[in-house]
Design a protein around this ligand. Structure first.
Ligand code: DC
Length: 223
């Protein structure tokens, strides 16, 4: 069973996908973390963000891995060539760099192949931008989560403060709108709902309400 969860930045995908994976006991696959890990590796190793060839090579060779603890279906660590980048991929510097990396077709081809490999043999909840459209077009359940830019900015600020970063609300709203624009107008796999996806606006809904609804949809598909 593949549950594909797509949607724009800070739409609640991660929180919902993690909680849903734990509720169902399905493995959680965070494809955004893979693009983030690659962007972090580019920044760390000094690869310029406009050097398409070098980034494609980096994507091809980067060994990005998720580590799981015990029977928790949600990963505890992300590594690149064995280097722990779990925290480093959530910084404003990586936020700013990741769209440049994710719009390169060769990078996407390498990541998509890796994502399909990671899901092989598992029931999975897969979160991203192009899961229902490109990575798993035959996924049994496809959901497209959205929320207003202001609600998404509030959520992002709460996450960032938890991690020790402070940012201006208006700047975060502007960043989110800019990233939506970059992600949905790029040529390679732009962000858009799959034709057969259920679109769910989570503005004003609790995580629990969204997860309940999705768990019901999955159990109807399994039955
Ligand atoms: O979901 P996120 O914020 O962690 O995603 C980080 C970036 O990666 C975001 O700018 C969009 C990109 N991304 C993508 O292009 N395709 C995916 N399947 C997942 C993320």
């Amino acid at each position: 069973m593949i549950v594909a969860i797509d949607g724009p930045a800070a739409s609640g995908k991660s929180t919902v996908a993690r909680a849903l994976a734990r509720r169902l006991g399905y493995r959680y696959l965070d494809t955004g973390a893979m693009y983030r890990a690659l962007a972090e590796e580019a920044l760390t190793s000094g690869v310029p963000l406009d050097d398409v060839e070098a980034l494609a090579l980096l994507a091809h060779d980067a060994h990005i891995a998720f580590e799981y603890e015990g029977d928790d279906p949600v990963y505890s660590r992300v590594t690149v060539h064995g280097r722990d980048v779990t925290r480093a991929i959530r910084t404003p510097a990586v936020d700013a760099a990741v769209s440049a990396v994710a719009r390169i077709p060769e990078v996407r081809a390498a990541m998509v192949a890796e994502q399909r490999r990671c899901a092989e043999g598992f029931d999975v909840v897969v979160e991203g931008r192009d899961i229902g459209t490109v990575v798993f077009p035959d996924a049994e359940v496809k959901v497209y989560l959205t929320a207003s830019p202001e609600e998404r900015a509030s959520r992002r600020l709460r996450d960032r403060e938890g991690a020790g970063y402070r940012e201006e609300f208006e700047k975060v709203v502007a960043d989110i709108v800019a990233r939506d624009e970059a992600d949905s107008t790029r040529d390679a796999s732009p962000l858009k709902p799959a034709k057969d996806a259920l679109t769910l606006d989570t503005t004003g809904l609790t995580v629990e309400q969204v997860v309940d609804r999705l768990a019901r949809i999955v159990s109807e598909r399994v039955a």
